[in-house]
Design a protein around this ligand. Structure first.
Ligand code: FES
Length: 195
């Protein structure tokens, strides 16, 4: 399905593009706009962004797969990104990466790279979240959480389960789905100059 921006997003797009001497430089901001507008960056959104910024779809795909923060259609509604870079892996008195991951396994039965079969939750290990002096750091969608010891992490997950109307043990024994980040097929139109 071909995507188009709503009139409001189109107005925002024009403002963004006006700030840059060439449209290619606005790519990250236009991707953010598309993510907000469509809920995630899927193939059709990438095609629209490519056309808006006058770059190839392959270029947009490269950007989306380089920056792990862009939400893709295969992620869960609630997306946990757990920092697994050195400072969080070593951790401190508050805990470390493995503690946060252990709670996610215990409560949601998810390992990194997996999503619940109802697509409500997903878990990933990511690189540094730029808050190295407050480990372990976890990002839940756009919210940044620091010093995520087992208690804080448990509270965060249980609150979300409650918000979704699910009991605390809902995912016990349920099989997760492996997220497939395989680069999807996207049509790339090449125009070959006459000479
Ligand atoms: S190492 Fe985890 S935030 Fe930097």
């Amino acid at each position: 399905m071909k995507r188009t921006f709503s009139p409001q997003a189109q107005a925002e797009l024009s403002e963004i593009l006006a700030d840059f001497p060439n449209k290619k430089s606005a790519l990250l901001m236009v991707l953010r706009l598309a993510e907000r507008e469509f809920g995630s960056v899927d193939n059709e959104a990438m095609e629209l962004v490519a056309a808006s910024c006058e770059v190839s779809v392959a270029h947009v795909l490269g950007m989306v797969t380089f920056y792990t923060h862009f939400k893709r259609p295969f992620h869960g509604k609630h997306r946990f990104m757990v920092c697994a870079t050195l400072m969080c892996s070593i951790g401190g008195p508050q805990g470390k990466t493995d503690d946060a991951l252990a709670v996610l396994k215990e409560k949601l039965n998810l390992e990194p790279g997996e999503r619940t079969d109802d697509a409500l939750f997903s878990v990933e290990k990511v690189e540094c979240l730029a808050d190295c002096n407050r480990p372990p750091v976890v990002q839940k969608d756009n919210a940044h959480h620091v010093h995520m010891n087992r208690e804080q992490m448990t509270r965060l997950v249980e609150d979300l389960l409650k918000q979704e109307g699910l009991p605390s043990s809902h995912y016990a024994g349920k099989s997760p789905v492996r997220m497939d980040p395989t680069i999807p097929f996207v049509s790339v139109k090449q125009s070959i100059p006459a000479k």
